[in-house]
Ligand binder design. Structure first.
Ligand SMILES: NC(=[NH2+])NCCC[C@H](N)C(=O)O
Length: 409
């Protein structure tokens, strides 16, 4: 199946055609206990095993006919032009929180000496102070914080490709991330969209931009169908961002006419909407039972004068979904059946965070076996992947994937 546009995502469940992943690499070897909180990890994964698990994930997708693209390769292929490469390095350093000009210059020289492959790898993995021991000028900030081991912080969350950018229809959101730790990740997709031969001439609508003031992350954006989006107002995505996005989407000439904004609890276990809610079939959804309770959903539409209209929906989640998706029968499948112990345990390891690769067919983590069994009992086909190390970053199969093309449903 081929589409005129390199981005084509009009649902969460249409057969997955192409997806962007990131194979974890040395950035994970730069996690230390002191930095875990800042870098949004709860544990330190064992890299060798994480790679093995991730390769299995990629193989599972390829075996189902999915084209797997890697973020690192796309980034390298986007900077073949010398001018683009120079700008890329410049932008990267400007966002790296290195304020001393001489330090910046030393890094510029260091990056200049690398080929494109090594350049991208180093940007991702971070630079330890002891990698550049002979740096001629050490800034006061460098010297004062003697115990801080990095000149450039690593980006261990890169393998969650879902979050820094998201395809919606033929457009893309280049996200403004909630934390500065993840904000640098979005630069890669910006350069890819602007410069990679696969994307650069396609005139892709930018539905949200990384220089916005308020945050929006891809784990909060779900394309329910070609007319309706669900977006989380969450720990990571702010209400104002959703209004801006609504405005841009309604004016992008696409078929989307409604955004359902889910106001979910602002806490780490629920960081994005997709940690508590995903769509897995025409009428089936995974859900963490704690969001069924008091949950406010706002519908955002456009009135006849082209203005944005917001109304609070006073109905159950089930009725809201029925109403907006035009369905008569809906199944909400609770994480671990809503059990008081298994539910939160499996949700913590992304039991609800499934990646649909076709209607009723999902990729799931092996460790969430209670939820997986319930999915099977409900007629959902599960492709089970290993999950000892990958899950330590608090993200599941949906977080680890950025679909760019799905078949229409
Ligand atoms: N779409 C998602 N749920 N992504 C999960 C990202 C996990 C990552 N450690 C973070 O805190 O940002």
């Amino acid at each position: 199946m081929s589409y005129d546009n390199p981005l084509h995502v009009t649902s969460e469940i249409g057969r997955l055609v192409s997806v962007i992943l990131h194979r974890p690499s040395n950035e994970l070897e730069n996690l230390t206990p002191n930095l875990m909180e800042k870098l949004l990890f709860d544990e330190i994964p064992y890299l060798k095993e994480a790679i093995r698990e991730h390769d299995y994930f990629a193989k599972t997708l390829k075996n189902q006919g999915v084209e797997v693209l890697y973020l690192q390769d796309l980034a390298v292929e986007s900077i073949t032009d010398k001018k683009v490469r120079d700008n890329f390095i410049k932008d990267f350093l400007n966002e790296a929180r290195i304020y001393d000009v001489r330090m910046k210059y030393a890094l510029l020289e260091y990056f200049d000496s690398k080929d494109n492959g090594m350049l991208v790898r180093k940007m991702m993995s971070g630079i330890r102070k002891n990698e550049l021991p002979n740096i001629a000028y050490k800034s006061l900030a460098y010297l004062v914080d003697d115990t801080y081991p990095f000149i450039l912080d690593p980006m261990p969350n890169l393998y969650f490709t879902r979050d820094p950018a998201a395809a919606i229809g033929n457009g893309i959101t280049l996200n403004k991330m909630r934390t500065s730790t993840r904000n640098r990740e979005t630069l890669f997709m910006k350069y890819i969209i602007e410069n990679h031969p696969r994307f650069k001439d396609a005139d892709i609508p930018i539905l949200y931009n990384r220089n916005e003031k308020t945050s929006l992350e891809g784990g909060d954006t779900l394309v329910l169908n070609k007319n309706v989006l669900a977006i989380g107002i969450s720990e990571r995505s702010e209400a104002h961002s959703i209004e801006t996005l609504a405005h841009n989407i309604f004016n992008s000439g696409q078929s989307f006419h409604t955004i359902l904004a889910f106001n979910i609890p602002k806490k780490r276990a629920f960081m994005h909407l997709d940690t508590v809610f995903t769509m897995i079939d025409y009428n089936k959804f995974t859900i963490h039972h704690e969001i069924e309770g008091p949950l406010t959903v706002y519908s955002i539409t456009k009135d006849n004068n082209g203005n944005i209209k917001i109304s609070e929906e006073n109905a159950t989640l089930e009725d809201i979904l029925k109403k907006y998706l035009g369905l008569t029968d809906i199944k909400l499948i609770r994480c671990a059946g809503g059990d008081k112990i298994d539910g939160p345990r499996e949700q913590w390891n992304d039991g609800s965070n499934t990646l649909a690769i076709a209607p009723g067919e999902v990729v799931v983590y092996s460790r969430n076996y209670v939820t997986n069994r319930i999915l099977n009992e409900n007629g959902v086909k599960t492709h089970v992947i290993h999950s000892s190390e990958l899950s330590r970053g608090r993200g599941g199969p949906r977080c680890m994937s950025m679909p760019i093309v799905r078949e229409e449903i």
